[in-house]
Design a protein around this ligand. Structure first.
Ligand code: SF4
Length: 510
């Protein structure tokens, strides 16, 4: 697998065969066409409206994310002191980020000592050019890939296919996404938005097998295609979950074993990692290997944990002849130097997505970015610019569920508030918000104005209410009442009843 976590692509209500791949069993949830588009100018509001209109998608996402969230809630308390482990993981990540230059140099030195080649890419274009060049020089025809969010980030498949290579995704979820020309909707379970009926129809159409919703038959059909690709591919591309600076080893965790095939069968291996995916020592890795699967899928450990260091040595039964590590910056250095460094602690477990009430409702495609959900709202503007993604920091209830779930304690809500302030400074926050908050500030600075404002607002809402509820507010209030009614305020506000309530309590207390 990947630069995400222990993933569990799903084909089923029951897991199939030796793989934990699944195609969830819900009603059809195909997203609206534009919602699956990660390229072009993002139109978040439109995508959200389309996603919200798809009630079956909302139900399916809610069911799937709650299942994963519940699994995390069961698995994490099994650690002796979960909060201490999470705080330690956060400290290790902060220390690593503080000394990233030192640890990157150490990693590169040790990786080279094992006989590997190290490449640094500042941009997505450089990363894809480096990998394309490696493939050309090695006279590669077929490339097999295990799951990698960084490769999604740089649109690696498109570039390699454009350069004339055959590229095959081998993670079951990613394979389904690839043959359906779709995009992942979750960083750990990319086909969370698809049902087994969707996949049955897809496999019937694309692989020519009889229509079946039997998970084992679907998995077997994919395996048959993929085994042949594993056997004949010249080059493998993998993500990196953690790179250990002390040893130069790359750690990859998967549930399907496809990552191991990609790393060991072809003669050339390229591992692609974001520059923040480092841990200083092997003993640090042990902690993260406990936190990652528990947070991602509620597993105690992932099915396959692989450590890779250098090409095949004399006496090895398998392994590549040539090994490359491509380390991607693409905005990470800027994030490292700024106030949002904490976001680089992320280990891509997806727990914040599963816990988020907004993500649960709209799914991953609506974000129109590679990284959806709470962490996507931070990382996407950091890596791709706040300008086109100005809506993302605003799309949060700030309920704190993401912070509560995050194994490395990233304070996403506080950073989203700071990003909103950035928007305000850039003049990019919505005009109505700016006017509204100006009035709010005015009202809050004077009790007379506050009382007058509250009285007028109460009077207006009671005027437009029917049977005690307001179902249509004007301006931005419409966003709320489009989804649910709001109770009309009481005639006598809480403030006016305060003395009576206190007297009542005193009487009751005797
Ligand atoms: S922000 Fe935290 S919870 Fe979300 S994906 Fe990253 S590590 Fe996991």
């Amino acid at each position: 697998m990947t630069s995400t976590a222990s993933k569990t692509s799903t084909v089923s209500e029951t897991s199939t065969a030796s793989e934990t791949s699944t195609v969830s069993q819900t009603t059809s949830t195909h997203q609206a066409p534009t919602a699956s588009n990660h390229s072009g100018t993002p139109n978040f509001r439109r995508s959200v409206a389309l996603a919200l209109a798809n009630q079956r998608l909302g139900l399916a996402m809610d069911r799937a994310t709650r299942r994963q969230d519940n699994a995390r809630r069961t698995a994490m308390p099994e650690l002796p002191d979960p909060m201490a482990a999470r705080k330690l993981a956060a400290r290790i990540k902060d220390h690593t980020l503080q000394n990233l230059d030192k640890y990157l140099a150490q990693l590169a030195d040790n990786f080279r000592k094992h006989g590997g080649h190290v490449h640094f890419a500042h941009t997505a274009e450089q990363a894809t050019a480096i990998i394309t060049d490696i493939a050309r020089r090695a006279k590669v025809k077929t490339i097999i890939k295990s799951k990698s969010m960084v490769s999604e980030e740089v649109h690696l498949d498109d570039h390699l296919i454009g350069a004339g290579f055959e590229v095959v995704e081998t993670d079951l979820g990613e394979y389904i996404i690839q043959i359906d020309n779709d995009k992942p909707s979750h960083i750990v379970t990319p086909v969370l938005h698809k049902t087994k009926e969707d996949i049955a129809e897809l496999f019937h159409r694309k692989l020519g097998i009889p229509y079946t919703t039997n998970p084992e038959e679907l998995t077997a059909a994919a395996r048959k295609v993929l085994r042949e690709k594993f056997r004949t591919a010249d080059m493998g591309i993998t993500g990196v979950n953690f790179a250990v600076a002390e040893t130069g080893a790359l750690c990859m965790v998967t549930n399907e074993g496809n990552g191991r095939f990609c790393a060991s069968r072809p003669r050339v291996l390229v591992s692609l990692m974001g520059m923040e995916k480092l841990v200083p020592r092997m003993k640090d890795l042990a902690l993260f290997l406990k936190l990652l699967p528990r947070s991602a899928t509620g597993q105690r450990i992932t099915c396959y944990t692989s450590l890779m260091a250098g090409p095949r040595r004399p006496g090895d039964v398998d392994g590549p002849e040539e090994v490359h590590l491509v380390i991607l910056d693409r905005g990470r250095t800027g994030a490292l130097a700024g106030p949002y460094r904490q976001a680089l602690r992320c280990i891509r477990c997806g727990a914040c997505l599963n816990a988020c009430p907004v993500y649960r409702k709209i799914g991953g495609h609506a974000y129109e970015s590679v990284y959806p959900g709470p962490i996507g709202k931070l990382v996407t503007p950091l890596l791709s610019g706040l300008g086109p993604y100005y809506n993302l920091p605003l799309a949060s209830s700030l309920c704190g569920a993401c912070l509560e779930a995050c194994p490395v304690r990233i304070d996403i809500p506080s950073m989203l508030i700071n990003m909103r302030y950035d928007l305000l400074k850039r003049g990019q926050s919505p005009l109505l918000w700016r006017i509204g908050f100006k009035f709010w500030r005015l009202g809050m600075s004077s009790s007379l104005l506050y009382r007058m404002g509250a009285k007028m607002a109460g009077w207006y809402m009671r005027l437009i209410a029917h049977n005690g509820f307001v179902s249509k507010l004007p301006l931005d209030g419409k966003v709320w009442t489009d989804q649910r009614d709001i109770p009309a305020p009481a005639k006598r506000p809480f403030r006016a009843r305060w003395d009576e309530l206190m007297a009542e309590i005193e009487r009751e207390e005797g």
